[in-house]
Ligand binder design. Structure first.
Ligand SMILES: Nc1ncnc2c1ncn2[C@@H]1O[C@H](COP(=O)(O)OP(=O)(O)O)[C@@H](O)[C@H]1O
Ligand SMILES: [Mg+2]
Length: 366
């Protein structure tokens, strides 16, 4: 997969800008605040219909203007897509694929995949369980239509059941109305659990081989359920939780509460990891995401490396670059990489440029 052209109008600090990327390596350099991360963010919006920094599209519109436009051209093995995202202040977001309006971002998801590695996503390892669920849900959604559909169905039933819990709490409907949602909740919830369990098991295996290749003395893994709960167990847990649900005003048992933890050297990473362990873990998780997506879709996603080399020492940067180049060579499927930096020298020293036949550089001015 490769993005070849990007056009921004009133996106973050960018007024009107165009970029041509090459299938190999593109380096974007400029000082802090020049809009480097914003470019990667715009590419992510075209890929996923949403930013990786915020859910509020208004934040993306350059101040004082009333609308923004992001347009990009993607090339895959046998398809070419032009994706356009337009956002207007009162009316909202409009998506177009090859000129045709789309009714939902689901139609965009999975077509032109990207993996972002940005210090702004460190919440995956440092944040609450919801951040890790989001990381996995996104990866599984772009690789499986069944997963997106199931996740969406489950969230819809959950929302409806939670609304009834609220009403039952106020006394406006009887408690048994809550239970009328249980069968649907359990059937979609269990389906989600089974899919998530299967995908996480695969991810876990791939993570272990990526970690091993990086450094076989490192112990980094994830922990999750031993197995997805059976329908019988699910049913009894939901019944047992009813009182608690009523008290808290929401459904307290189910896959929306999953806790997926990362373990570094047998210690919980989130609570006990050092800064360096957090940074390196994120890199290893994202490289595994590349491997996972490539395995499920047959294509490598475009890799968006945001300020990576500023945050890592040279030794680690070099090791990461050579791991990445190894994945490319072995699969025979090149990885388009777009990297941002404040310091070109850092990228040069990492070895990222030397592995490429061709590369392109952009300098952003504030
Ligand atoms: N909606 C917006 N309108 C105008 N400027 C914005 C908006 N959102 C962010 N900015 C500014 O855009 C600049 C670029 O941010 P960023 O992409 O993070 O730059 P970099 O990654 O190069 O440090 C920042 O100075 C930020 O304050
Ligand atoms: Mg930045």
């Amino acid at each position: 997969m490769a993005i070849l052209h990007l056009e921004l109008v009133s996106f973050r600090n960018h007024n009107k800008q165009e970029f041509n990327f090459i299938p190999g390596l593109t380096v974007i350099w400029g000082e802090n605040g020049s809009g480097k991360t914003a470019i990667l963010e715009a590419i992510h919006v075209l890929s996923f219909g949403r930013s990786f920094r915020t859910h509020k599209y208004r934040e993306l519109i350059k101040n004082k203007s009333s609308q923004l436009l992001v347009r990009g051209n993607f090339e895959n093995k046998d398809t070419q897509d032009q994706v356009a995202v337009q956002m207007e202040k009162p009316s909202g977001i409009k998506l177009r694929l090859n000129g045709k309006p789309l009714s939902s971002r689901k139609e965009l998801i999975g077509r032109n995949n990207v993996v972002v590695l940005s210090p702004e996503e460190q919440s995956v390892t440092k944040g609450a369980p919801i951040e890790r669920r989001k990381f996995f849900d996104k990866m599984f959604s772009v690789t499986s239509r069944e997963y997106v559909d199931t996740l969406q169905n489950y969230n819809r039933v959950l929302k409806q059941r939670n609304a009834v819990i609220q009403n039952a709490k106020d006394g406006s409907v009887p408690t048994k109305d809550i239970q009328s949602w249980d069968d649907q909740l359990i059937s979609t919830g269990q389906k989600l659990w089974l899919l998530r369990f299967e995908f996480i098991s695969t991810f876990k295996t791939r993570l272990s081989s990526v970690v091993n290749r990086y450094d076989n003395k490192i112990l980094f893994e994830l922990t999750y359920l031993k197995e997805a709960p059976t329908q019988g167990l699910y049913k009894s847990e939901i019944t047992n939780a009813l009182k608690k649900d009523l008290r808290l005003g929401r459904t307290t048992y189910g896959p929306h509460r999953d806790d997926i933890s990362f373990v570094w050297d047998r210690r919980d990473l989130r609570s006990l990891g050092s800064q360096g362990e957090h940074k390196l873990s994120l890199v290893l998780l994202k490289l595994t995401e590349m491997v996972f997506i490539r395995e499920k879709t047959g294509n490598h996603p475009t890799l968006l490396l945001d300020d990576l080399f500023a945050k890592l020492d040279l030794g680690r940067s070099k090791k990461i670059v050579s791991l990445l180049q190894g994945l490319e060579t072995e699969s025979g499927d090149p990885v388009q990489t777009i990297v941002t930096t404040t310091d070109l020298l850092n990228v040069e020293k990492s070895g990222l440029m030397s592995g490429e036949i061709e590369n392109k550089t952009y300098n952003l001015k504030r």
